[in-house]
Design a protein around this ligand. Structure first.
Ligand code: PHE
Length: 557
């Protein structure tokens, strides 16, 4: 090791301790750490899984996970960072001894930060594209001329025809039409067969028929089916809203994410912006950014929520959140809640530990943890109140439910408001800010590591880390479909829970109990709160996380 026992590393370390910047106060830390926690996880994933799992009971269970699993790890991460004043690798080494195997947990964290940022940046870039799209009013009604253009695309034709087909099946279909469909699809030899035969073949082949209709050689057929459907639509506007616009919007999204020039451009812009902020350091960069952006984020959030609540006259959103449908709560809901608790609180990779390392040693880790956890949970709830009325309650559950909802269904629903364009712009700026303040924290993990462990200057470290993450993000930007999903699944399903598990084991079993106890006692917290914390971090958290981890790995392979 070049700097093994020599003085270089140690003196570098000492210098870093001496020169280490600190947040200017509790507000700065809370804003930065909440900025990290509040992200796409809150705006998109939480409302989505809450809906899927039936609200009510799920929400209660989620809160339990936040308090019993999230909060103890948050307290541990902040305390470890603060006590050691070091990056995750250095922190584990400082508390566990130079050769502790736990230093690999720090390394895993740095690597996770690297991986998460590489695709997070790509998705954040989409929100920039969409802010601009909404500024130029791309989501207003499609003019007639564009309908023809739209129909020239094979993919759109197929999608519309499939939609029309399914729609048609909801109404009673005359026997001759069924016979025609079956014969066109090559599923019926004698088109004049009697009604009972036709009906039997039809019901037996419904799925095949639908699939057959999606094959390439039936394009003319789709076209006619589609045009017929349009002719039959009682109200052209309703038809346009319900069929054409979703296809148009989806087409627009697919076109964008499969255009590497545009996705790469926004990935580039996002990474440059993050680099600029992180180069400025804690006080001069991150703190300034969060002091400016977080209040805007809160205000935007409130505007959107008020707007949704006004739409939701029956308060269905609130009711669903509180009462919901407990029959949808299954064993998988338990895993969803627990897995999400990690991601949403930015735990398991040392992001919060890194931010914690810029706190003063005398700062109170517990109250800071409570603030950050509370803010994140509050924003997640507000997000459901914002999204439910817009998408789920009125627009009904969108197919697939992936990240695409934010970019396909949502803008259309927002456009139904009189102030639609403005709301859409505000919404994408909100998504961007949430992702940006999370992205910054991810870059900071890697940068702090390079500064503390490798002795680089912040300037150099940020450029190197930024450039490396930028390059690592290229496959996600280019191959959005599979690579991005794969990176996300690996990082959030495996790397973060694994990191969280080891952090809990380290805090519960490896560090001297006195250290964490002191943190509680020194700041006047009652003994029971420490005991509860100790029980969770020693037993509850590791057990629960192990269960989730095994399940995830099992469903992964
Ligand atoms: N907490 C962020 C979100 O909810 C994601 C994130 C995870 C950010 C880990 C930093 C570290 O979207």
């Amino acid at each position: 090791m070049p700097f093994g026992k020599s003085g270089k590393k140690t003196s570098g370390g000492e210098n870093n301790v001496k020169l280490r910047e600190h947040w200017s106060g509790r507000l700065a830390f809370v804003l930065a750490a909440s900025g990290s926690a509040v992200g796409l996880g809150n705006l998109w994933k939480f409302p989505y899984i809450t809906w899927q799992n039936g609200g009510g009971l799920f929400v209660l269970f989620y809160l339990l996970c936040i308090v019993l699993v999230g909060l103890p790890i948050m307290i541990s991460e902040i305390t470890i960072g603060k006590m050691t004043q070091k990056d995750p690798v250095g922190a584990f080494r400082a508390l566990g001894g130079n050769h502790t195997p736990f230093r690999f947990v720090g390394l895993l964290g740095v690597l996770s930060g690297f991986v998460v940022l590489s695709y997070y940046s790509v998705v954040a870039g989409w929100s920039i594209e969409y802010s601009i799209k909404s500024l130029s009013n791309d989501f207003s009604k499609i003019p007639q001329a564009q309908v023809t253009q739209l129909l020239n695309k094979e993919e759109n034709r197929k999608k519309l025809a499939a939609a029309a087909f399914n729609e048609a099946l909801k109404k009673p279909v005359p026997d001759e039409r069924k016979a025609q469909m079956l014969s066109d699809a090559g599923l019926l030899e004698n088109i004049n067969a009697g009604g009972p035969v036709i009906n039997k073949v039809f019901s037996e082949n419904r799925d095949d028929l639908s699939q057959e209709l999606q094959k390439n050689n039936r394009l003319e057929y789709y076209r006619n089916l589609f045009l017929n459907e349009r002719k039959n639509a009682e109200n052209y506007n309703t038809w346009q809203n319900e069929k054409l616009m979703p296809a148009y919007s989806t087409g627009m999204f697919v076109e964008f994410i499969t255009d590497p020039v545009r996705t790469m451009s926004w990935h580039t812009v996002f990474m440059i912006l993050s680099i600029v902020i992180v180069i400025g350091g804690i006080k001069g960069g991150i703190e300034k950014a969060v002091r400016f952006f977080m209040p805007i984020l809160f205000i935007l959030m409130i505007i959107m929520v008020v707007n949704s609540l006004m739409l939701d006259k029956e308060q269905e959103g609130v009711r669903f959140l509180l009462k919901g449908d407990s029959s949808k709560f299954t064993p998988k809901s338990v895993l969803d809640a627990l897995g999400h608790a990690f991601f949403t609180l930015s735990l398991g990779l040392g992001a919060i530990m890194t931010y914690g390392s810029y706190l003063n040693k005398k700062d109170d880790a517990i109250v800071n943890s409570l603030w950050v956890t509370g803010m994140d949970t509050g924003i997640a709830f507000l997000a459901t109140l914002m999204i439910f009325p817009i998408i789920f309650v009125y627009g009904l559950e969108p197919a697939g439910g992936g990240l695409g909802i934010l970019f396909t269904t949502l803008p259309l629903e927002l456009m139904k408001f009189p102030t639609g364009q403005l709301l859409t712009v505000l919404f994408y700026v909100l998504v961007f800010l949430a992702a940006f303040t999370s992205g910054i924290s991810l870059l900071e993990v890697v940068v702090t590591y390079l500064v503390d462990e490798k002795g680089l200057s912040r300037f150099k470290a940020t450029l190197i880390a930024g450039a490396a993450v930028y390059i690592a993000g290229v496959p996600s930007a280019i191959d959005t479909g599979s690579f991005l999903d794969y990176a996300d699944k690996t990082a959030t399903g495996i790397m973060l829970p694994l990191g969280g598990l080891f952090i809990a084991l380290f805090a519960g079993w490896r560090i001297k109990t006195g250290l964490l106890k002191d943190e509680f006692i020194k700041h006047g917290y009652p003994m029971w709160s420490f005991n509860l914390f100790r029980f969770s971090i020693k037993f509850l958290t590791p057990t629960l996380v192990t269960v989730v981890f095994i399940y995830t790995v099992y469903s992964y392979i």
